[in-house]
Design a protein around this ligand. Structure first.
Ligand code: NPQ
Ligand code: MG
Length: 370
């Protein structure tokens, strides 16, 4: 394929309720969408960076800048390409994995649409639907938390993830276990809010039979996670720390985690995500698909990825309605706790023009040549 240009599109989507994590409270999801225009077809990419660098070092304006200044021009200069060559072309530029992932996703969608092939098949999916978990934010009090968890269980979610931070950890877990019982699949996510000196405190979660504790320590602290994993019985899962197949291999070798959260944006794209899946399968490490409050575009791709055989734990691939009253695509709706894997070419979904226009705050066209 030959690149004609990339349209950057800034969107701002109100959340159905505030989402509080250890890094702050979000009431709106701002994100960047890419329309990749090639001589063969158009494709959609979604950049999962937040407006501010609170989850990782990337942020929307940084992603837009590096795409405009370096990534799109490099791809334009590379001559004919397909999705499998994008990462190699972008390799000289350090970091910026979320920006790179968005560009590769758009190219992949365009390529697969041109060929009439679904992303799920391209990635190696073996299921036509995936079981879904839900991520539950930090609440003002335990009553509000129990109401929220009860509501999600009533909707059919098959696994609950509680966001935790110092001061909101053992008590919320205890309250959820007491109210909803020991059969609920339950896990927690700290988004780096603890240090190794909290190990004895975190061991107080051991009796609650959690599936895992996700990213308790800072992103660059693989040794700390390895030490912590020997001090607690709850399995340690890494999210922020896993930035590539190489860091995943290091984390597994060190014993820093026994479960991996795979987020395509964080690792530079769906093709690297598949390599991490393959690595984890080879090491018998279970994986699940994380979520970054994607629109229906990113959600479609995540659901396709989550249908690979190594995704043996329910992911954060929640329904559109968990976050948004109106999505930019036809909404993903839970059916008995599952989402259907799209079957159409590429992502298998497209933006609805009116819905997309309603949430768009700006656009910018980056031509391949001028
Ligand atoms: C996680 N996601 O697993 C993330 C973090 C996260 C579903 O828990 C706006 C944009 C708000 C991105 C909140 C889930 C966000 C965000 C949390 C990402 O760590
Ligand atoms: Mg996480």
């Amino acid at each position: 394929m030959k690149l004609e240009g990339v349209e950057l599109r800034w969107v701002s989507m109100p959340l159905v309720s505030p989402f509080r994590t250890s890094f702050g409270t979000q009431t709106t999801r701002d994100l960047l969408l890419l329309k990749v225009v090639t001589d063969q077809a158009e494709g959609w990419g979604e950049c999962v960076a937040m407006a501010a660098p609170l989850y990782s070092e990337e942020y929307i304006e940084g992603a837009a800048d590096v795409l405009r200044r370096y990534l799109v021009p490099a791809l334009a200069a590379a001559g004919p390409f397909d999705a499998s060559t994008v990462a190699t072309v972008l390799e000289p530029f350090h970091g910026h994995r979320m920006a790179k992932a968005a560009l590769e996703m758009g190219v992949l969608d365009a390529e697969l649409r041109a060929e009439g092939r679904p992303l799920s098949r391209e990635l190696g999916a073996v299921h036509d639907r995936v079981p879904c978990g839900v991520s539950v934010g930090i609440m003002d009090d335990l009553g509000a938390l129990l109401d929220a968890v009860g509501g999600y269980l009533d909707e059919g979610y098959v696994r609950i993830k509680l966001k935790i931070e110092p001061g909101w950890d053992v008590e919320p877990v205890r309250a959820v276990r007491e109210r909803f019982g020991d059969d609920v699949l339950l896990q927690v996510d700290a988004n780096t809010a603890y240090t190794l000196s909290d190990a004895r405190h975190l061991a107080r979660l051991d009796p609650f039979d959690l599936l895992l504790i996700e990213q308790p320590l800072p992103e660059d602290d693989l040794f700390g996670h390895a030490d912590l994993a020997r001090l607690i019985t709850t399995p340690v899962c890494l999210d922020e720390s896993i930035t590539s197949a190489r860091t995943a291999a290091a984390a597994i070798r060190l014993g820093a985690c026994s479960v991996v959260n795979i987020k395509p944006g964080r690792v530079g794209g769906y093709l690297e995500a598949r390599r991490i899946h393959d690595l984890c399968v080879a090491h018998s490490v279970p994986v699940w698909c994380g979520g970054m409050l994607e629109t229906g575009l990113g959600r479609a791709a995540n659901v396709a990825l989550a249908a690979l055989p190594g995704f043996t734990m329910p992911g954060d691939t929640s329904a559109s309605g968990r976050y948004y009253a109106t999505d930019v695509t036809a909404p993903f709706v839970l059916d008995d706790g599952y989402l259907a894997v799209p079957t159409g070419p590429g992502l298998g979904v497209e933006p609805l023009p009116d819905e997309l226009a309603a949430v768009t705050t700006a656009t910018d066209w980056i031509p391949a040549s001028r």
